[in-house]
Design a protein around this ligand. Structure first.
Ligand code: FAD
Length: 456
């Protein structure tokens, strides 16, 4: 029996960050991983997709540059090299985490862990015990019950990342974040991309106005969308879907299923510890504690906010509770991004949510085309939206949504503003922004919000 202060199951961004911080606080940790360290995020999620998104953006801007005087620019896309580069990026970062897992105080165990009881874990026939246990086992692609889902043309996002050639005809089922990032990147690399989505707009619950603008831009690049369409069956790459009461069929060599993810709870032996689950995953309270007092569940496995940074901060919050420290992390203010070209990012309430909640809000827009840096970058197709609420005569940001170059970096600034409940838009307007930068787009939106000019 090996005893440590803390056990963590899963070495994705939730698990490995928490393990590392815990040892910095003097705790001993046993961490279990049955595949590669880094989890979905590093091996088949954030990092490999962002490597593709980066190259797609480079290709898009190189094509634009040809219009603006970079003559005789000629390039062929050698996708298998881009694929190799993606693998190199992943393995470079993975070796960094492998090293972290060797830090003093960490016992790293390769293998599938499961509960024996509320304080004991079994892995490779060995027993491990700790007072506190964090489950950080992540999620996997959820396959919908579609006839022919096992067709050879069907792939998950993980499998698509393993393919070292560009699919000729790529059909993407599901226009969520994962579907849209692949649609944008592979259409640039040369695939003929079709997206089939059940809902009436892509990317819910992202601001629908912004989602629609992105869709229009991808349509201009040649991506075909079928919205309010439900896939009925897949056979030899023929994808049949129903739209407006009629059946239509398109042919694809590769069909990406991107219809959501499900918690990794199978084989964990949760019943041995009496841990409650629901259809989203492990049930937790607002402090990520399960129904068993000493056991926590962080990241994708609790199904709350399926983002790498959410997993990391949930782990940090749990660690603070274990240590008896207080923190002020506001999990309501969770920024997120879609790394298409152009990029989308947002934080806080959208206009749709304000309407649903009957809130008295205002929305102010500032356009990329009015910003000097954006024009010089030829990144004029974009906008920033500030959603504000008035309290005692002062305006506060309750949402910020951006479509355009470096949207994620812009939204990060507003995330900081929103984290300080005392900070009004007038205070934000007093902060000097460097010229010329894209950050001036948000500053401009702030000035509009306080200028008493009509809201858009
Ligand atoms: P994971 O990263 O899934 O890690 C869990 C680990 O636990 C895995 O390594 C697994 O092998 C291990 N494990 C499971 N069961 C056991 C067991 N019984 N014993 C031992 N080990 C076990 N998020 C972002 O914030 N930004 C992005 O740009 C982004 N892009 C994405 C793109 C794609 C294609 C996908 C699929 C996801 C993306 N995500 C992104 C989501 C992000 O990857 C996840 O939110 C994040 O990885 C969740 O972290 P986690 O630690 O909860 O779980």
């Amino acid at each position: 029996m090996i005893k440590t202060d803390l056990i963590i199951i899963g070495a994705g961004p939730g698990g490995y960050h928490t393990a590392y911080h815990a040892t910095k606080e003097g705790l001993t940790v046993a961490i279990f991983e049955d595949r590669e360290v880094g989890g979905t995020c590093l091996n088949s999620g954030c990092i490999p997709t962002k490597t593709y998104c980066h190259f797609a953006e480079v290709v898009d801007s190189s094509r634009e540059c040809a219009e603006f005087g970079l003559d005789n620019l000629k390039f062929d896309i050698n996708f298998s090299k881009i694929h190799n580069r993606k693998n190199e990026v992943v393995s470079q970062l993975r070796s960094g985490i492998d090293m972290l897992m060797q830090a003093p105080g960490i016992t790293f165990v390769k293998g599938k862990a499961s509960f024996k009881d509320t304080q004991t874990i079994i892995c490779n026939n060995e027993e491990y015990q700790a007072k506190h246990i964090i489950i950080a086992t992540g999620s996997h692609a959820k396959m919908p019950p579609i006839e022919g889902i096992n067709d050879p043309s069907v792939v998950t996002s993980t499998e698509l990342l393993d393919i070292d050639h560009v699919p000729t005809k790529l059909c993407i089922v599901g226009a969520g974040v994962i579907g849209m990032e692949f649609a944008a990147a592979f259409s640039t690399f040369g695939s003929e991309v079709t997206v089939i989505e059940f809902l009436k707009e892509c990317l819910p619950p992202i601001d629908s106005d912004i989602a629609k603008r992105l869709r229009k831009q991808l349509e201009k690049k040649g991506v075909k969308f079928y919205l309010q369409a439900g896939v009925k069956r897949i056979e030899n790459g023929n994808v049949t879907f129903e739209r407006k009461g009629k059946e239509e069929t398109i042919l694809a060599d590769t069909v990406l299923i991107a219809t959501g993810r499900a918690a990794n709870i199978e084989g964990l032996g949760l019943e041995a510890a009496g841990i409650e689950v629901d259809r989203k995953g492990i049930v937790v309270d607002e402090h990520f504690c399960t129904n068993v007092k000493n056991i926590y569940a962080i990241g994708d496995v609790n199904g709350k906010q399926m983002l790498a940074h959410a997993a990391e901060f949930q782990g940090y919050h749990v660690l603070n509770q274990i240590l008896g420290h207080s923190d002020h992390i506001n999990f309501q203010i969770m920024p997120s991004a879609v790394f298409t070209n152009p990029e989308i990012a947002g934080v806080g309430l959208t206009e749709d949510q304000c309407k649903e909640q009957g809130l008295n809000y205002k929305c102010f827009k500032s356009l990329y085309r009015a910003n000097g840096k954006a024009v010089s970058m030829n990144a004029v197709d974009g906008l920033a939206k500030l959603i504000t609420k008035e309290v005692d005569g002062k305006s506060y940001v309750i949402g910020c949504h951006v479509l355009g170059a470096h949207a994620a970096d812009l939204v990060q600034e507003m995330t900081t503003v929103m984290n300080d409940p005392q900070l009004s838009i007038s205070d934000f307007n007093n902060v000097i922004h460097i010229h010329p930068t894209l950050s001036e787009i948000l500053h401009e939106a702030g000035l509009i919000a306080t200028s008493n000019s009509a809201s858009f």
